[in-house]
Design a binder for this molecule. Structure first.
Ligand SMILES: Cc1cc2nc3c(=O)[nH]c(=O)nc-3n(C[C@H](O)[C@H](O)[C@H](O)COP(=O)(O)OP(=O)(O)OC[C@H]3O[C@@H](n4cnc5c(N)ncnc54)[C@H](O)[C@@H]3O)c2cc1C
Length: 288
């Protein structure tokens, strides 16, 4: 994809929300624990694919217009690996939000905590991936926008800046839509935006030493080698909106579904065909 920027632009602060996820393409027999939760130790941890595209969107704007790119992740200290990758690719500042109070957060609590952190960074634009490959809900980006009262533009595949506005190209399934949106705004980005640029060799040498205090015996490094470490309290979260306390979602049961050839059936793409499928699904309590 070729990206272009028209009109006046300059000095934007973009915050990119990035998540470390288990590589669900490498699922093996021991990927799930007996209690139905993910066995994270059995799967390599990677930079969520569409968050890489989101970072590329922010870096492209910085390249064309100047400004600053901050990346933030909410997760365990190990998630600093993807923060370092982002710094090596061109991000200016990195933040790890890590806190036992965030454990067990569903999308409502996750988006609340992240929105509080993003608010404290005062961005012009926020970029998220369209969805994370583990939770797969695609809810977190739009929920952050709602909490910040920012416009939310989903399925971004190109962006041009024009002063206090962004012109976003998005895929709406049946075609392409262009939206002119006033900043601040949040965008969720798909793989169609294009690959994250390669790491820069000089930045690799520099940022391989970047650390959060939690990785460095509690001591914060100086200058741009410092990965900022935040807690829920640091960003002004109310405790009862974080973690299990702030998560109304209940997972009753997780089942591993293996589809066989006979489980597929073609349905006529007509009102009659779809109507009979819906009736069947309601009758066997799959929906409804
Ligand atoms: C009851 C319940 C308990 C849970 N407990 C835990 C738990 O203890 N530990 C755990 O790890 N997960 C837990 N989860 C999963 C967790 O809630 C989701 O993974 C998380 O809310 C993000 O949702 P998602 O993966 O669907 O993200 P999506 O909505 O698909 O993500 C969209 C985009 O939002 C951004 N984003 C999402 N999450 C983060 C993040 N953490 N940091 C930065 N950016 C992000 C990224 O840009 C991402 O591409 C739990 C879920 C439920 C329902």
């Amino acid at each position: 994809m070729n990206h272009t920027t028209k009109g006046r632009c300059g000095g934007y602060h973009s915050v990119v929300c990035i998540k470390q996820v288990p590589d669900t393409k490498k699922v093996t027999g021991d990927a799930m624990k007996a209690d139905g939760t993910i066995n994270r130790a059995a799967l390599p941890a990677i930079f969520n694919p569409e968050d890489r595209n989101a970072l590329e969107a922010a870096l492209k704007i910085k390249e064309e217009c100047g400004g600053t790119v901050s990346v933030i992740t909410m997760g365990l200290p190990k998630a600093c690996d993807i923060l370092r990758t982002a710094l090596m690719c061109g991000a200016d500042r990195a933040y790890l939000l890590t806190d036992r109070a965030a454990a067990g957060s569903d999308t409502l609590a996750t988006s609340y905590i992240l929105s509080q952190a993003v608010r404290s960074l005062k961005p012009d634009m926020v970029f998220c991936g369209r969805q994370a490959i583990d939770g797969d809900t695609a809810q977190v980006g739009p929920q952050i926008a709602e909490k910040l009262d920012f416009a939310a533009i989903t399925y971004l595949e190109d962006i041009e800046m024009d002063g206090d506005f962004a012109v976003a190209t998005r895929d709406i399934g049946t075609g392409i839509e262009k939206d002119r949106v006033k900043l601040p705004a949040l965008f969720t980005v798909t793989e169609k935006f294009g690959e994250l640029r390669p790491m820069d060799v000089k930045r690799v040498m520099k940022y391989k030493r970047a650390k959060a205090p939690v990785e460095n015996g509690g001591v914060a490094l100086d200058g741009d080698l410092a990965i900022g470490q935040l807690s829920c309290a640091d960003v002004g979260c109310e405790p009862d909106r974080c973690g299990f306390a702030g998560s109304p979602t209940n997972v009753n049961k997780i089942v591993s579904v293996v589809l066989a050839g006979g489980d597929f059936r073609e349905v006529e793409p007509t009102e009659e065909g779809i109507g009979s499928l819906v009736a069947e699904l309601v009758a066997d309590h799959t929906i409804g």
